[in-house]
Design a protein around this ligand. Sequence first.
Ligand code: NAD
Length: 379
Amino acid sequence: MAESSGKSDKIRVGVIGCGGMAQGHMKVFGELPRYQFTAASDNFAANLDKAVATYGVKGFADGHELIKSGLCDAIVIATPHYFHPEYALAGLKAGLHVLTEKPVSVTAGAAAEVNKAALANPQLRYAAMFQFRSSPRLRKAKQIIDQGTLGPIRRVQWTCTGWFRTQAYYNSGSWRATWAGEGGGVLLNQCPHNLDVLYWLAGQPKRITAHITLGKYHNIEVEDDVTAFLEYPGGATGVFITSTGEAPGSDVFEIIGDRGKMNLSAGNRIEMVLADESINDFCRSTPHAWANPVTNKVTVETPDGGSHKAIHENFIASVLDGAPLIAPGVEGIHSVEMANAMIMSGLTGKGVDLPIDYAAYDRLLADLIEKAKAKKAGK
Ligand SMILES: NC(=O)c1ccc[n+]([C@@H]2O[C@H](COP(=O)([O-])OP(=O)(O)OC[C@H]3O[C@@H](n4cnc5c(N)ncnc54)[C@H](O)[C@@H]3O)[C@@H](O)[C@H]2O)c1
């Protein structure tokens, strides 16, 4: 297998799942000379045959056979979500580096199992395809927040309703938008990116209270509209809103700290309004009834960028050169856990504390799958 010491100069890579997203991965393999694309797997013969014919790689109907084949140093997982942790775990246990598509799993409990294997094998790289993290604008925002420019975070709000999807999209794959096939809707398919960025920039909430609607805009089993209230350990609060039924959608993302606020909805710019002092201290100490703290506008221009290819380049650099991962797979549990908490809260009408009770969520999901099955059978 490839070593992270730099001894090996190529990574023999295999892809598991050869559907829509994998087309992009396979194209990128050919653009990155330190990848050697050797094997593909899909349990749908037409998709596997197309990949094998196009790229001349060895094909496997079963992803576990690819993992055991000895043809790969690393796997890229691009199957429907439920199979991500199964293949990630098998890959890590077989001594392979793993780059998994998002979400890293459907349930936080499954992600925790993969994390155990990843932490037990620090010589292997386990990465997640969270390409938003490679955006120069978001990377700069992270740096600004981490260096304390905004002060302690007080509030976050993200309305990300730019995920409009048609009924035809949902009809395009039988696994889509079902509890059994996908394990959720907008929170599990589109929003893992947003929830990951929220975690990355603002940390993990300690409690989530959400309103979700199942099939509000589409004929689907799962949620396509979400409004969540987030409570953070330090007293900060947040609001997260998403939907796949609004067009045109909105992207309003603001982070408010004790030293000012950051607007992340202005294209490639980061717009900030920064105070000269702690706003809390000013509020409590000024003798003036109608005063406001002195503030300055600061705009940071950032270049275009952020792509699947950038995450692949980083994965390669991490495996071969020891570079730190931009999106470590072990951090993927946080976005899954937020999604699970939102679904659980939305369906029970109660706030949910994080970390969530994995077993309770598994029972809730099993019940949703069972009820959907009974409904389909007309029971
Ligand atoms: N990072 C991103 O921006 C991004 C974008 C799109 C999709 N995705 C993710 O990629 C994954 C796949 O999405 P898609 O749109 O390509 O779906 P898709 O349905 O087009 O492709 C999935 C493929 O996996 C195959 N498959 C199913 N079960 C399998 C199994 N057990 N073993 C091997 N192959 C199996 C299917 O036959 C199909 O060819 C999803 O998890 C999705 O969230 C990520």
